[in-house]
Design a protein around this ligand. Structure first.
Ligand SMILES: [Zn+2]
Length: 487
């Protein structure tokens, strides 16, 4: 079934092709498809000019002169195309609009589910049942946070069928719901009224961006969809979770699962999108970057607003302090050479080893990762209990150490590669070769940026970086945290 972006693509195509065309006569080959009855339908349209084509949800609204509107729904397989008059029609051609310029606007539909209603302009919302109860369009102007908070708060329904219900939000279909729930890290069966405000905001932003991106990419090509120009949609190349059963999650690496929710095939990441009994109101922002990209400067900006920052490096040191199981495991894996005479970890020796050997780094992460995760979880529980609205998890190896699923959103601080190299050489007094080794021991910056929800470009001044952080805080709904707390 065409989804909203596909229908919008059809609308734009038709506007270009028949935007101001005049209809001379109409042939109806399948009478059940039109209303009023076929003869009346033909008579009303003869001589009319298409003035505009609008869309509401998945309905096309052809606006004619004399206050006449034709409401058209493509249902499963409906298609419009424009051909020179006289071309033979097919057995699936059900309605032909003959145009004054020797062209035909033809409607074909292999399943005959599509419908066309002619009515007085302005009465469509009253007379067409699907339009009557339709929720707002998923755009920044029409879909507000306040509206979403209200409708979410009233429903215990699982979020997936809740979003598919066109009376809540117009035009969301199966693919876009799976995609936006993955982007927002919400389990498809999470009850709507348990979703905290920060996630409603994320979901809203993701829905709006995703639909816009899909429209810009001419919609998906799933099923039999093609645009009024016969172009294939490009959007399916960008799908993050839909149709990726068994493949690793782009964010955390866990295999994507496919299940059924409300009878619909549903894709999700069991790690990023855990079903939560009590999600709590605390949003956790993961903050990461590459070496010397300036992540700590961004971390300091949050601290200046007295937003709590969990420092993964500090925790990483704690879990390998003398006497811990972490340190014992390091000793048994990498040898006594990693332990100093006073019983503490020889960081320099371990650092040299793991920066030159990716397998060693993976082994080290395998030891410290679960310990860090546990310690972070404990700290987060404390913040959630105290209903702290926003906590930053500052973690240089958020992705490498498989911690991406711990957070609600990921911010990556980046600079161009050349700037990164220069800053690292200057900061740590390293020769070029060694600096490059350190950079390549981590996941590439480009890859981190690809997995980010928000990217902070830190190549310019501190002020420019700060402006980006402030913008994010405002957009994510944390603007009030900055009042009177700036240094
Ligand atoms: Zn995941």
């Amino acid at each position: 079934m065409p989804e909203l972006p596909e229908v919008e693509t059809v609308r734009r195509g038709l506007t270009r092709l028949v935007g101001h065309a005049q209809i001379t006569s109409v042939d109806v080959y399948y009478e059940k498809m039109v209303s009023p009855e076929a003869n009346q339908f033909k008579k009303m349209l003869a001589g009319k000019t298409i003035e505009r084509i609008d869309r509401r949800g998945k309905y096309l609204l052809f606006r004619f002169n004399d206050d006449l509107t034709m409401v058209s729904h493509l249902r499963m397989e409906g298609k419009y195309d424009v051909q020179p008059a006289g071309n033979p029609i097919t057995k699936h051609t059900h309605v032909v609009f003959h145009l004054a310029d020797d062209r035909d606007l033809r409607y074909t539909d292999t399943r005959k589910f599509g419908r066309m209603h002619l009515l007085k302009t302005g009465e469509e919302a009253e007379l067409v049942a699907g339009l009557k109860k339709m929720g707002p369009e998923p755009t920044a102007e029409t879909l507000s946070v306040a509206y979403m908070k209200t409708i979410f708060g009233k429903s215990k329904k699982a979020i997936k069928p809740f979003l598919l219900d066109q009376s809540n939000i117009a035009g969301l279909g199966n693919i876009y719901v799976d995609e936006t729930l993955w982007l927002s890290r919400i389990h498809p069966e999470q009850p709507a009224n348990t979703i905290p405000e920060f996630q409603i905001r994320q979901l809203r932003a993701n829905i709006i961006a995703e639909i816009k991106r899909a429209i810009d990419g001419h919609g998906t090509t799933v099923h039999s969809f093609s645009t009024a120009y016969g172009e294939a949609g490009e959007f399916q190349n960008h799908l993050m979770v839909y149709g990726r059963k068994g493949e690793p999650c782009f964010r955390c690496g866990t295999p994507i699962e496919k299940t059924k929710v409300a009878q619909r095939g549903t894709h999700f990441c069991p790690d990023c999108q855990a079903l939560r009994k009590n999600p709590g109101e605390t949003m956790v922002l993961g903050l990461t970057g590459g070496i010397a990209t300036g992540k700590s400067a961004v971390s300091d900006l949050f601290k200046a607003y007295q937003i709590p920052v969990i420092d993964a490096d500090k925790i990483a040191r704690k879990v390998v302090a003398p006497g811990t199981t972490g340190l014992k495991q390091i000793q048994s894996t990498f040898g006594w050479q990693m332990i100093q005479p006073d019983g503490s970890l020889d960081r320099h020796a371990l650092g040299t080893l793991v920066f030159s050997q990716p397998e060693a780094l993976a082994q080290l992460n395998g030891i410290t990762g679960p310990l860090i995760k546990k310690a972070v979880k404990r700290q987060l529980q404390g913040y959630r209990r105290r209903k702290v609205p926003l906590v930053i998890y500052d973690a240089p190896t958020l992705f490498e150490a498989h911690q991406a699923a711990v957070v609600n959103e990921i911010m990556v601080v980046t600079v161009p590669e050349q700037v990164q190299l220069e800053r690292l050489m200057a900061r740590d007094q390293l020769p070029k070769k060694e600096a490059l080794d350190r950079i390549s021991a981590q996941l590439s910056l480009a890859e981190k940026v690809k997995r980010a929800d928000v990217v902070i470009d830190n190549r310019h001044s501190v002020d420019k970086t700060k402006a980006q952080v402030v913008r994010w805080l405002n957009e994510a709904g944390f603007g009030s945290l900055m009042t009177d707390k700036a240094k």
